[in-house]
Design a binder for this molecule. Sequence first.
Ligand code: XMP
Length: 518
Amino acid sequence: MENHQLVLVLDFGGQYNQLIARRVREHNVYCEVKPYKTSIEEIKALNPIGIIFTGGPNSVYEEKSPKCDPALFELGVPVLGICYGCQLMAHTLGGEVTAAQEDTAREYGKTETFYNTDCKLFKGLPEQGISWMSHGDYMAKVPEGFELVAHTDMCPTAAIADEKRGFYGVQYHPEVNHTENGSLMLKNFLYEVCHAKGDWTMGDYKNSSIKAIREKVGDGKVLLALSGGVDSSVAAALLAEAVGNQLTCVFVDHGLMRKNEGDEVEAAFSKWDINLIRMNEEDAFLGALKGLTDPEDKRKAIGAQFIRTFEKMGKQIGEQVGKIDYLAQGTIYPDVIESGKDDAAVIKSHHNVGGLPDFVDFKEIIEPLRRLFKDEVRQLGIELGLPEELVWRQPFPGPGLAIRVIGEITEEKLSILREADAIFREEMHLAGLDRTTSQYFAALTNMRSVGVMGDERTYDYAIALRAVQTQDFMTATWSRIDWELLDKVSSRIVGEVKHINRVLYDITSKPTATVEFE
Ligand code: XMP
């Protein structure tokens, strides 16, 4: 990234370190996160236009807490300290940080904050707003040359600044959404203080990732299990662009995909010269599911069949491709933080590919999306030329439609569901709701009821439509979809899909329901 201005995020163990990096990238400035121990020589060599200190769980006055080299403040480079980073800056430059007493400022959560808008950091912002606080320590004395530029009712030092030297510190977290205008404060730091040019784009990220992959892989072979979901598809496209036919993608079509999904995935990758092994395992999976009605039994049968399929796949890869050097995965940043620690993710990733490592002997895992958030992954997918339908695909469970057909799975039921689901998805897209609804789909209930069509009595299935809004899928609320739209979807489904005579809309949230039906 030699050609781009760089902002360095020094990581002091805060939980939002990558979020800060992402906010910086959002403002078109290239950004790297490095450990706080990074040497001053290395920092100089990176030639950053600005440095951001993250928060962290420690207290600066403890002997063992992470510190920075004081020489960092002699580089003539602006510094923004966030939370612990702010206290560290104060501590290092001669201020005094102590544990907050009852009557001084220990603050957690949303806090009314007052800003001095003459300060560059707050230029163009309202003088008052909510900030997100999470600190038990307090700056009893700020270093010489610093002014107090924001305060709360409890804390006079919500933000400090030495504008001459370009040093800023904020007690709150501007990187989280709870802080009103937090992103603009970061933008002000980048553009008003560090004089960023805004010379970085996702296209650059694509190019530098491709370069890094090529350097790492050399003439080695890479294997990627393609599920058809957004993350694995974007990872595959990036690798395809980087190493072409050194990449083998295996795509298991278990016959439980949505309408045309398997063909769409295959078509999306046809423009690259990669080895795409599509395993059409519909018969095997449907055979394994035959006669099963209990949701847990169905899931177990699918899991067991996946293992058998992976065994077969291992053999096929061995015969067709030979030795594999790298296993690539579409792990994205939220998967990494979910497991708590950065380096814990590899263990989790092994589980993600269910059994594959036992059959394929590879020397390393490549995870090119590890630093990206979901919407950045989508942006990268578009940049790589993947079709929008694929890039904007919503989450789809591993067991596929098997957990959206209640009771026994049959080919007929799957085909009814596919048609109804496709209509619902098409109408959601046409109504412009596809990108703002977290997940939506149809599920085929096992209930049949009486209806009338023309002059005929019918006795057919009821289909349920489900749409939810959620941040993390742990809880979800049902989407308040416009009735006119539901009416249109309902008319189309009963008119166009045979064997459905009733359409239901699910108005339960999670909890008590789950998102999926089984
Ligand atoms: P639930 O139904 O648990 O779903 O509220 C929450 C989210 O997880 C997805 N889901 C799955 N994903 N394998 C997966 O890969 C599964 O077995 C599975 N079950 C549920 C579901 O689609 C929703 O996004």
